[in-house]
Design a protein around this ligand. Sequence first.
Ligand code: RIB
Length: 301
Amino acid sequence: MVLVVGSINMDVNIRVKSLPKPGETVLAKGITQSPGGKGANQAVAAAKSGGDVVMLGCVGQDEAGDALLQSLREFGVNTDYIKRTDEVPSSKAYINISDDSENHIVVDSSANFMVSPEYIASHEELFQQADYCIMQLEIPGDSVYAAEKLCQKYGVKVVWNPSPIDSYEERLLEHVDTLVVNETEGEVLSGIPADQITEADWNQLMEKYDIRSVVQTLGSRGSKLYVRGEEAVTFPAVKCDAIDTTGAGDTFLGALITMFSEGKDAREAFRFAAVASGIEVTRRGTQSAMPTRDEVLTKID
Ligand code: RIB
């Protein structure tokens, strides 16, 4: 089973011609709402790829909370243990999406910050059953740490996507099995500019924190897998006409971990994940834009 501990947001998608520069005002071309959140997106991506997925997170006792749970259920995620709170509303993410498919995201944490270490501890039994635990950084760092400790206790592999990276804490690297980073996150963790970071630097980081592997996503340039003590491997992206890249990294990560949980080798797992995210970016939104396992398989030769 794949356990996802993370955020659940209602995304407010604001289409703009180009992203506003500091101090600039731009007009919206259209505004829509759709279920998102890095945790929920990664859970949906894993479930749509065929995984057995359970999620821990929190939504408000509001309409958005109903819609967010409904989306997770519809796409096959077990929501039985998700907390509901009447203290704060469901979390929202405000996403500016430009005509050239770039985005800026600002998250209002609200209910995500009710994912407390105590709530995590009250679901210890799920950690006993999990093979993988996927986490990000849109819930409190103390809760990520509490979940990592339970993973360590029960031998669960921690897959950590330190996003948003401005909440990064070094202690959270201590119990990670697989680190999944984009170029910006890689720069912050390593302290080395993206174009200068070498395989030796990644190996040093893995040695220091006892991390087994690092997956680096490079957008349209594909991805790289660094396994400690082995030679790095580069995997190509899939050519596509992207219209909205929101959730592309989440799709890639969720699909990849489902493949790994099935025991697929790296080549097959990365190919599946690349095709899944290549399809997702050709549609607007995140969870509904993610392809099913069958859709991905029909595109793989
Ligand atoms: O990774 C994309 C997600 O980031 C969006 O769905 C938004 O909710 C933010 O969490």
